[in-house]
Design a protein around this ligand. Structure first.
Ligand code: ZN
Length: 160
């Protein structure tokens, strides 16, 4: 079957940033499963998956607008050092975690003061064209339960 809306797609991938540096590699663990057409993966990847079949191997280069969006220069926040998660000694360029109303979030330190740090709230891949090397492992119809939840279950999907 070919990938279309409401299919469950199981795949392995390598993700590279604009410089060609590998950021993620699913081959080190389980493949990823998502339900097609429900924004379970970034938009550009979902578009590149459309119509593919089990066994397909392809590379998709995705522009920022269909990946993690443009960088926002105003997305900088001053945070008390004591609010950084984990007992870290912040340095410029260091990735740290802060608590937000949406939960813990990865940010990058851009300035260190005595009591506060300025952190960049942009996603690390914002503003970058990224490349996925994809191997489609399986394409199957979603179960009624998956359809009602709007996401894939099982290995690589939601486990609940
Ligand atoms: Zn579910």
């Amino acid at each position: 079957m070919n990938i279309s809306k409401d299919c469950v797609v199981v795949f392995h991938y390598r993700l590279k940033n604009a410089e060609g540096v590998e950021i993620e590699n699913s081959h080190e663990g389980d493949p990823v499963a998502y339900m097609h057409g429900h924004r379970g993966v970034i938009r550009g990847l979902e578009q590149a998956m459309e119509g593919r079949a089990s066994g397909d191997v392809f590379t998709a280069e995705i522009e920022p607008a269909l990946a993690y969006g443009a960088r926002k220069d105003e997305a900088v926040q001053r945070v008390p050092i004591k609010h950084l998660l984990g007992k870290v000694k912040p340095k410029v360029g260091m990735a740290v975690k802060i608590n937000t109303q949406q939960g813990a979030r990865d940010v990058v330190v851009i300035k260190v003061g005595r009591f506060n740090v300025d952190v960049d709230l942009n996603h690390p891949l914002a503003g970058q064209s990224i490349t996925f090397d994809v191997e489609v492992q399986e394409v199957r119809a979603a179960s009624a339960e998956e359809l009602s939840h709007g996401h894939a279950h099982g290995v690589g999907g939601h486990q609940h």
